[in-house]
Write a new protein. Structure first.
Length: 158
C-alpha cells in the first residue's frame, strides 16, 4: 500500500475510535444498508432484468431459427446435386424434422448416426436419404436395444 492509502486507513481508525458505541452501531447499520443497496441495485436487479429479457427473447429467437431451418432445406433441395453431400443431408433431415449426428469422412462421404423408434423407421430414413441426396449407401448398421434403434449410415456420392 502506498503512503496516502495508509494515511486514510489511519484516519478512518481514529475516526472510528472517537465514536461512542451507540454511534458505531448506527454507522454499522447504515454501512450495512448502503452495502445491501449497492448489491441489490448493482448486481441483483440488473441480473433479474437480463434474465427476464432473455426469457422473452430466447423463445422468439428459437422460433426464428426453426423458421430459417424450415425454409432453407427447400432452397437446397431445389438445387439437387449442386449442393455438397453434407448440406443436402442436413436439408433432408431438417425437412423430416429428424435430429442426427452427421460427420464428414471425406468430401464425398459422410457418416450419419441417429436413433429411431423402430427398425422400419430407420430403414425408411436410409432409403429416403439415398434417393433425396442422390448418394449410395456404402455401409449401414442398425442396433436395437430395449428402448430404441440406433442407425449408423455411411453415404457416398461418386
Amino acid at each position: 500500500m502506498n503512503v496516502k492509502m495508509q494515511a486514510w486507513i489511519q484516519q478512518g481508525r481514529e475516526y472510528w475510535q472517537q465514536r461512542n458505541p451507540r454511534e458505531r452501531k448506527m454507522l454499522s447499520i447504515w454501512l450495512l444498508a448502503v452495502l445491501c443497496a449497492i448489491l441489490y441495485f448493482g448486481i441483483y436487479a440488473p441480473l433479474t432484468t437480463q434474465i427476464a429479457r432473455l426469457s422473452v427473447n430466447v423463445p422468439r429467437l428459437e422460433g426464428h431459427l426453426l423458421a430459417m431451418r424450415g425454409s432453407k432445406p427447400e432452397v437446397l433441395s431445389v438445387r439437387g446435386k449442386d449442393v455438397d453431400l453434407r448440406s443436402a443431408v442436413f436439408a433432408a433431415l431438417s425437412i423430416k424434422k429428424i435430429s442426427a449426428d452427421v460427420r464428414s469422412i471425406s468430401p464425398t462421404q459422410l457418416e450419419l448416426r441417429s436413433t429411431h423408434a423402430s427398425v422400419g423407421e430407420a430403414l425408411q430414413l436410409a432409403s429416403a436419404l439415398r434417393g433425396e441426396v442422390a448418394a449410395k449407401v456404402t455401409s449401414i448398421q442398425i442396433k436395437q436395444d430395449s428402448a430404441a434403434v440406433a442407425l449408423l449410415l455411411v453415404l457416398e456420392r461418386p
